[in-house]
Design a binder for this molecule. Structure first.
Ligand SMILES: Nc1ncnc2c1ncn2[C@@H]1O[C@H](COP(=O)(O)OP(=O)(O)O)[C@@H](O)[C@H]1O
Ligand SMILES: [Mg+2]
Length: 209
């Protein structure tokens, strides 16, 4: 399955979730490729910061070629995760066209709800060519039991995308992984963030079942 993490807004958690979903899938025994579609190469930086064996290969593809390259790669992998770019529309479109499922990370902030309009529009356009494309919002950096969290769910309901039940909370353990090229499954096994990422992966796989 090809899972795209897309949102033109930067800082919503595309790279964090892409890396961790890829590792969660690898830990289930799947062969995984992570495609870094961001010209800034954050996922590549993450991989380069690592000492020791890579968890899975990371390929940089910051050009609108992803939908052309991915079909030739699917036979070699069980799952391909695409870490989407901010802004660059042609690359985002290409990533959407390559994906079976697009996950849109959003933080519980009205700014993120408004900014999601852009990616929702791109998904709407893509549906003409890909009527079977699945897509959903994933709440990232949730802070439990806040009015803000509930308001964001209400606001997102205005969009035609469902919101996944599995949310990722504000977890410093996830942020700390970036500089060492590791995943929270290695740095803090048993941490609640691990269960949250696992639940997210399970729900995303179900979307395409
Ligand atoms: N659930 C989370 N808890 C804590 N920090 C997070 C979480 N998700 C992302 N971050 C942090 O937020 C920043 C932006 O995340 P990133 O994944 O780089 O977003 P994007 O790829 O959308 O630009 C990073 O510093 C990252 O470590
Ligand atoms: Mg990123």
């Amino acid at each position: 399955m090809i899972i795209g993490l897309l949102n033109q807004k930067g800082g919503v958690g595309k790279t964090t979730l892409a890396v961790h979903m890829a590792d969660a899938l690898a830990r289930r025994g799947c062969k995984v490729l992570l495609i870094d579609a961001d010209p800034q190469g954050s996922a590549l930086d993450w991989a380069a910061a690592r000492t020791g064996e890579p968890l899975f290969p990371v390929a940089g593809m910051p050009k609108p070629l992803i939908h052309k390259e991915v079909p030739g790669l699917v036979k070699d992998y069980d799952h391909i995760v695409i870490d989407g770019p901010p802004r660059v529309y042609d690359v985002a479109r290409s990533a959407i066209m390559a994906s079976d499922v697009v996950i849109v990370p959003v933080q519980p902030s009205p700014y993120d709800v408004w900014a999601a309009k852009e990616v929702v529009e791109l998904l709407h356009e893509a549906r003409v060519y890909k009527p079977d494309l699945k897509s959903a919002f994933a709440i990232n950096r949730k802070i439990v039991n806040t009015a803000l969290g509930r308001d964001v769910l209400d606001a997102l309901a205005e969009y035609p995308l469902p919101v996944l039940r599995a949310a990722i909370c504000q977890r410093v353990a996830l942020a700390e992984c970036a500089s060492v090229g590791k995943s929270v499954f290695e740095t803090a096994p048993g941490h609640p963030a691990c269960a949250e990422v696992s639940a997210l992966v399970t729900e995303v796989l179900e979307l395409n079942a």
